[in-house]
Write a protein that binds this ligand. Sequence first.
Ligand code: ADP
Length: 538
Amino acid sequence: MANTGQLTRKTQEVAVLSRISELVLSLDLDDVLSKTLALLTETVGAERGSFFLLGPGRAAQRFITRRNLPPEISLFVVDTVLQQGLAGWVYRHKRGTIVYDTLTDERWVQFPDDPTPVRSVLCVPFVYEGRIHGIMTLEHAEPDHFNEDDLRLARAVANQATIAIRNAQLFDQVTTHERQLQTVLESIEEPVLTITPQGHVKLINPAALSMFGRPEEAVIDRPLAEVAADPFFRQVAEHIAAGHEHFELRDDHLNRDYLVRVSSWREGEASELGRVIVFNDITTLKDLTRLKSQMIQIASHDLKNPLGVIQGYTDMLLADLSSDTMIYSYISDIARVTRRMLDLVTELLNLERIETGATAGQKRFDPAQAIRQVLAEEQPKAQRKQQTLQHEIEPELPPLLGDPTQVRECFRNLIDNAIKYTPERGSITVRAFADHSEGRFHFQVEDTGYGIPQELQGKIFQRFYRAKQPGAEDIPGTGLGLSLVKAIIERHGGEVWFRSAAGQGSTFGLWLPLPAAQTDDAPATSAGDVGPFTTPLE
Ligand code: ADP
């Protein structure tokens, strides 16, 4: 008889385990939880059962309890049981247990208003990779209902079911993340898409889809270069293939300007897993910049002529007047401010031209000759202040490649500043040399002038910024010279630098790349139209 009983039990266990293992295929978490609970309740003849699904740190994420309590009371019950009750004991000991009689076992928390009689309980943890993912409790109104066999079976079921629960949980997480990602993507107004390392489109938001003008199914999993046949996307694909991480592009079809950013994601040091491409619409910004440039150019142009006329007439008047009259001093004031206004509009116009990319053609020129020419022009100014203007120009400097007028303007600006910001009897040294090992031409102007206090040094390359350091408060200027130098030198692939100490003097320097020695260079007079120097000056 005992044998038959054991056999029946074994058959029952096998049946239960095989039904549980079928659950591994289910990806619905609630389905897995309720079926596991129902199956075990039935097999061990329990009257009720409950299940707590635990998140990290013992917080109950989901629970199926035996009573239909309002959610806030259920939460309180679950929390109390998990902290002080039987479930808490199982959590701490990481193993299943039986309460033979709830009246004598203090691990059982009795809620005073609980109408359901419970005398015996079986409780097992669902453990996966050392962490408890859930706790199942089975109850019966009679004491001593559960035995060691029931506990063994419950443990075996828990082992199997944990895998099913884990699968369903992971699937749940993935779908939640996917939904989050989808919502984020859809709510972004900028067009965004992701591509695989092979360039196939993986995710795309509605804004990007509308740029393609195709339905989603015609885009997803297809190569970007193929789905986006128009020239704009072909250029995007080319930039990406060339490894560019951000670039500006105009879509002539839509009449919009975009700043395109490409970021790749990798797993650790391993190879690239994909790329995210974001299109920032910068049309308004571009339009404003274009408008500002046009305004400056028009205004400067229109101002230059009348100012030139005023300057011409004031010079004529001054020539005819005796310098000790009141009228002479009034007119020389007019002449002085007119010259300043003319300087300002000229520099503004130059700067605008450089920054908008309008520069003359590039040619080979001799930097030494350009420097000597500037020195000759500046010498009278230095003499008026009794300054020594000396130079150390390396003999046989190699030629430079670029716009000679603009580069000469930079030399002139730095020497002019040194004379301006050095008091009388100071000295200015101009140096020019080539460093063939690093392929650079260097130009430096050292002065013994006012210097620039540390706290004012940060802004001196900004447009219109004038440091007005002690001693230099009344020196006229526009605050545009250094911005112009910086723009020109950077356009030529070089850099500007300075060091300065208040009251001691400054050294302003720049370097330009030496052109590679070639035999087929453009002749010195040709506007060789290479690189960025393509638009001739007006
Ligand atoms: P500007 O000379 O017309 O004011 P710049 O852009 O050429 O404009 O120079 C910006 C500021 O940098 C100047 O106003 C001056 O305060 C400071 N600066 C430039 N060169 C020197 C120099 N050699 N020594 C001291 N200060 C200088």
